[in-house]
Design a protein around this ligand. Structure first.
Ligand code: PMP
Ligand code: GLN
Length: 388
């Protein structure tokens, strides 16, 4: 029999699924896969239930229900001062994962180079490659996660079609500064390149930091496809409602990909997300402040236990160095060991690198109830015989 698609046949199951399964198997506290313990805002879920009952449930428009496209445009104006035409510049997708795939398929021709920054979210590379793109990887490393400007500049060539920027960034928790974004914007202009901006954690920047969309910088409005996700903004990761904003010339080809990937997304969920995006400022600041407190709870505990806890400027995630434990093995081994022996699950940071990445760091998710975080910490304290 002929082999199936070589790219996908050769891929393993995502590290998030693997670790979540292992956590269930060992009744471990799962601080691996990034999903909140909570169930999202009650009013947003109530609206989804009401819309499910009262509104049509047949195919919504391919670009998304007008209410949500209008809400995405209004949100861009409210938070970033971006002037977005909801009819021609917004597309609703089934999560950011689909949005990213549609953007890559819409932008990339076989042979085009795509600049990506490691550590990177695991869906980027397979899809860029499936589109025929040639990944040019630039590496950022812990503990500082500094943007390697020289390497980044060297990765751009006349063949660069696009760069992928994830800010706030998973798993590093880095929030790109205006200066870093300006550096990237200059490279894009010099090389006539586009950017796919993965901004799913846009509302999760901490300590008074403001998330800056690359799209807001001079000359970037026509060059960026900006991706958001209701999963993160409303703590409803199972809903898989995403949105892309971009100039018609680049959004249209992404829409052509979207029409053959999923075509549409459940209409009641879209309408409920439209309602959610209109919530008052208090909702968005409480979301970030709540997570900031959870970050501190977990970071303080991990530090007391001897982990080298790195700074987390945004997202759901803390990365921590486990060198001090004198463990013989890499981060993948350590995550397995923590799950099976201590009953706490994390994600190896090397999973966000192609080839050999840094292998003494693991990622913990803190988007959990305080009780879950405390239970994880006390299990670790007990196992390692350390006081909290
Ligand atoms: N990008 C990043 C950086 C992520 O961490 C995730 C995971 N939630 C996604 C995209 C995918 O988002 P969604 O669940 O909306 O597909
Ligand atoms: N974004 C989530 C994380 O980084 C996982 C999403 C997934 O499981 N595909 O943990």
């Amino acid at each position: 029999m002929k082999p199936a698609n070589t790219l996908f046949s050769g891929l393993g199951t995502t590290v998030f699924t693997v670790m979540s399964q292992l956590a269930v198997e060992h009744k471990s506290v799962n601080l691996g896969q990034g999903f909140p313990d909570g169930n999202g805002p009650d009013d947003v879920r109530e609206m989804a239930a009401r819309f499910l009952k009262d509104q049509p449930n047949q195919y919504p428009p391919m670009m998304g229900v007008p209410d949500l496209r209008q809400a995405v445009a209004a949100h861009a104006q409210r938070f970033y001062g971006l002037d977005v035409n909801w009819q021609t510049e917004v597309m609703v997708t089934s999560g950011a994962t689909e949005a990213l795939a549609a953007c890559f398929f819409g932008l990339v021709d076989p042979g085009d180079e795509v600049v990506l920054i490691e550590p990177l979210y695991d869906s980027y590379l397979p899809i860029v490659r499936l589109a025929g793109g040639i990944p040019k990887l630039v590496r950022m490393t812990p503990p500082k996660w500094e943007l390697p400007r020289e390497e980044l500049a060297a990765a751009f060539t006349s063949k660069t079609k696009a760069v992928v920027i994830n800010s706030p960034m998973n798993p590093s928790g880095k929030v790109f500064t205006r200066d870093e974004l300006q550096f990237i914007a200059d490279l894009m202009i010099d090389h006539d390149a586009y950017a796919v901006c993965d901004e799913v954690y846009e509302h999760l920047a901490f300590d008074g930091r403001k998330h800056i969309p690359l799209m807001t910088l001079p000359g970037m409005r026509e060059r960026c496809l900006r991706v958001g996700s209701a999963g993160k903004t409303f703590s409803l990761t199972g809903w898989k409602v995403g949105y892309v904003t971009g100039a018609p010339a680049i959004l249209q080809p992404a829409a052509k990909a979207h029409q053959f990937l999923t075509f549409t997304t459940p209409p009641n969920l879209q309408r409920a997300v439209a309602y959610g995006l209109g919530k008052d400022q208090g909702y968005f600041s409480t979301l970030a402040e709540g997570l900031e407190k959870k970050r501190d709870l977990l970071a303080n505990g991990l530090r007391k236990l001897g982990f080298g806890v790195l700074e987390t400027e945004g997202t759901y995630f803390i990365s921590a160095d486990f060198k001090a434990f004198g463990f013989k093995g890499n981060d993948v081994d350590f995550c397995r060991y923590l799950t099976t022996e201590a009953g706490v699950t994390a994600i190896p940071v090397s999973a966000f690198y192609e080839g050999n990445g840094p292998d003494t760091f693991i990622r913990f998710a803190f988007c959990k109830d305080d009780a879950t975080i405390n239970e994880a910490l006390s299990r670790l304290a007990k196992y390692f015989g350390k006081p909290l």
